[in-house]
Design a protein around this ligand. Sequence first.
Ligand SMILES: Cc1ncc(COP(=O)(O)O)c(C=O)c1O
Length: 389
Amino acid sequence: MTLNLEKHLSTRAKVLQGSLGKQTSVPIAGLINLGSGTPDFVPPVEVFDAMQEALSSNRVQYTTWTGIPELRKAIAEKLKRDNHVEYDYENELIVTSGAQEALMITLMTLLDPGDNALIPSPHYDEYTRDTKILGGELIPVATTPESNFTIDVADLEAAITPRTKAIVIVSPNNPTGTVLSREKLIEIGALAQKYDLIIVSDEIYEYYVFDGSEHVSMASLPGMRERTITMNSFSKSFGMTGLRLGYIAAPAALIESMLPFHHAMMICANVVTQYGGLAAISQSRDWFVDVLKEYDRRRQSWMTLLESIGIGYSKPQGAYYIFVDIRSTGLTSAAFVKRAREEAKLVFQPGTIGGGAGEGFIRGAMTTASPAFEEGLERFKAFIQKLKS
Ligand SMILES: Cc1ncc(COP(=O)(O)O)c(C=O)c1O
């Protein structure tokens, strides 16, 4: 009997078919990725030393499910110091395999089939897949270029249904670079309190803020600690995307409910990586000053170029993306990305990847090292000129 794949695939698997697109591991000569989410710097040397030390001390067994206590303690200290919110490292933290795991187990803990979570859109696309896996729904609440893609709280309120469990906020945002102000977060928090909702606060770009923008943690605001699940990661803060290390901070009862999902998928985060993370988080962030300066230089280069060729953009206040307005080319986001790849050998993400509100935009990034970055901008300029001629 030949295998009937249709019969064997779960509905879940069928719903997700094609949702990731294709990834090729064969590098294509000459292609420049000007929209990548992977930072180009290497973590501090202490991270490598600590991982080597862990390996040479044969630290290769499971750790406590929630992560090694030294790391949880260091995370709790960091949350107190940088985010002004206190957590008990024994009961209120889980070390995860990246924020990706953190957001999946968070949504698994909150959503039954038919439940929904709201998210300002354009948004990070993974949230869509995760809610689909759970039979839930992610309700994108559109933001607009006119407000620099900042959510209007009245729109969030209008989208609440009896099945709404949570509001997801990602600030600084991927892909728009929007940073939510303290006042805006207070308004969103008040809404969560009014309707008894949980806030899922994805803060993985917290250290990337420009022009004096301030990153504020939702859990630090009055009355919000008890209803906020904060997730964060070493991926962007330390340039450790492939090491897969993140964490969740939340009140003990929520953490306890999440633990079976974490255990089912991971048992614990990679032990060697945890020691690397401990070294990373235990030292001063002085080394990051130069990284941020370089990312800001690239941000300025992007903005200068776009202004010189008459292409609009949403001014990035944070993260390391620039949301470029390509409506004047007459192309859709998808068509633009396809043609940029074929005709200019440039890779971007379509703005629509995180919801329809991103139509007419593409995601550029500051993550490409020189001289490919400058070469990429030159190609972008020539491509736009060709499209407009
Ligand atoms: C907003 C957001 N959340 C979560 C993730 C996943 O990050 P991690 O590498 O920590 O799993 C990403 C990755 O790009 C992201 O942009």
